[in-house]
Design a protein around this ligand. Structure first.
Ligand SMILES: [Fe+2]
Ligand SMILES: [Fe+2]
Length: 207
């Protein structure tokens, strides 16, 4: 469906939707956009078709759109979340799937929204899919999403350095992440500038 509407118009729509989400909770400010940018760069680096690159880019922009349905008191809570609150947060991929499902133009990115918290080992949510049963787009966005969370500061911790984030992502390959996508991220980090960090010799050595 993505070809039936100009990609620029579609991009404008998803920008507006992500701005609505950013306005709701400040710690996420710019998160969707950064994840969309990184997911696109991973897809491009993998040599995927331009149609697939666009699909992954748009899906990445919308990945957390379901957080609109999560109460602010939980999303913006400073302290530790209770099990019950975590359970509510874990509903956001399904809520997002329901939101994008209302628009035919977004049907082709619903898998990314619904499955961006699945894990490669099958222990993720909401459906516990494993390995390549998780769509390629969702596997790419899962890596981009976690990498952006690590390299962004939180109220309770400083941002990881590029090396720390790469080390942590590699540690989780095969369990949380698809090792193939992690390898693409490491290669990208070694050859280009990611999140305002110049590639360090330590990261170059990992590629
Ligand atoms: Fe999410
Ligand atoms: Fe996210």
């Amino acid at each position: 469906m993505l070809h039936q509407i100009a990609i620029d118009d579609l991009h404008e729509m998803v920008d507006a939707l992500s701005a609505a989400l950013d306005a709701k909770n400040s710690y996420m400010c710019g998160h969707s956009e950064r994840v969309a940018e990184l997911a696109l760069r991973l897809a491009t680096h993998m040599g995927l078709s331009s149609a697939e690159q666009n699909r992954i880019h748009i899906g990445a922009h919308l990945h957390d759109i379901g957080k609109i349905g999560i109460p602010d008191a939980i999303l913006n809570k400073q302290g530790k979340l209770t099990e019950e609150e975590f359970a509510i947060i874990r509903q956001h991929p399904a809520i997002g799937d329901n939101i994008v499902g209302k628009l035919r133009v977004f049907h082709s990115v619903a898998d990314i929204v619904r499955h961006h918290h699945e894990r490669f080992d099958g222990k993720g949510y909401p459906d516990g899919l494993r390995g390549h049963d998780i769509s390629l787009g969702a596997r790419i966005v899962a890596v981009a999403d976690a990498f952006d969370a690590m390299t962004s500061a939180r109220a309770y911790r400083k941002a990881f350095t590029l090396e720390q984030a790469i080390t942590e992502t590699r540690r989780c390959q095969g369990t949380q992440f698809d090792p193939e996508i992690v390898a693409v991220l490491v290669d990208l980090a070694a050859k280009t500038t990611l999140v305002d960090h110049e590639p360090s010799s330590a990261v170059k050595a990992l590629a």
